[in-house]
Every structure is written in C-alpha cells, then in structure tokens.
Design a binder for this molecule. Structure first.
Ligand SMILES: [Zn+2]
Ligand SMILES: [Zn+2]
Length: 143
C-alpha cells in the first residue's frame, strides 16, 4: 500500500489524468489458477533492465501475468489473441536460459496465452545481445 506514495515515475502523472484508459488496467486474473493477480514492482537487481517496473503476479501460485506499464507495446507488434486483437508486448529473455537475449512477444495485458518469438522479415529470430542498460535506456530500445 505504501509503494504508490514514493512513485517517482514521470509518466505516473500522465496516466492519472488519463483515468478512463487506466480503468481497463485492473489486475488480470491468473491464467493458471484464475485468482486475481496483485501489483508488485521489479526489484533493483533485475538482470535485464526491468528494475522498478510495475507488474502483476499471482501470489498463490507465483505466476507472472504481465507488466503494468506501456514499455514494449508498439502498434507494429504482433496482435495477441484478446478480443479486438490488441498489440502484444516485446520481452527480452533473461540470462541462464537457452535463448538468452531472444526477443519475444507476449500478451501485453496478461489475459490471453499469446506468446511468440520475435522474428525479422526473413523469419530469423531476433536477439538483443548488447549491454543491459538502465531501465529508461532499455525502454528506448523498444522492450
Ligand atoms: Zn495463480
Ligand atoms: Zn491478449
């Protein structure tokens, strides 16, 4: 409950003014156990530049639902399977996985199961293998 008060995100004020679109941002239900998810913030040691990002997670089963911001959502992204085909969100695969650095699309709102690797026009999987930068700089890269 106290986390909202020290929110220094410069976009916070803008989204407060834009109350109508905020309402659709209510926590999604967990896709695994159907519980209502709760909002948290990514810890400072996040290895892929996500520190401080808001996200929704199911406390009972630990499933990540989606981020609670607009980062990585672009009109040119593949549409997800939600009604109305919403633009999905680009994510970066973290360290220690087979596809570390691979970019992938995921439902931006955590409501449908859409998930797909990001590929270029030739069908080759796209990677980001550059340095992990501060969250604001990573956001400028588009994911
Ligand atoms: Zn769950
Ligand atoms: Zn969706």
């Amino acid at each position: 409950m106290t986390i909202a008060t020290d929110n220094t995100d410069p976009t916070a004020q803008k989204s407060r003014r834009n109350r109508k679109s905020r309402r659709s941002q209510k926590p999604p239900r967990c896709r695994r156990c159907r519980q209502r998810t709760t909002k948290s913030y990514v810890g400072p040691m996040n290895p892929v530049g996500n520190a401080g990002r808001p996200y929704y997670k199911c406390e009972p089963c630990g499933t990540f639902a989606c981020f609670g911001d607009k980062r990585g959502i672009h009109a040119s992204n593949l549409p997800c399977d939600c009604p109305g085909s919403k633009a999905s969100r680009v994510h970066l695969t973290g360290p220690g996985r087979i596809n570390t650095g691979a970019l992938f699309y995921k439902c931006a709102r955590g409501r449908c199961g859409f998930w797909e690797w990001k590929c270029n026009a030739y069908g080759d999987q796209e990677y980001y293998l550059g340095d992990i930068l501060a969250p604001e700089e990573m956001a400028k890269l588009g994911f």
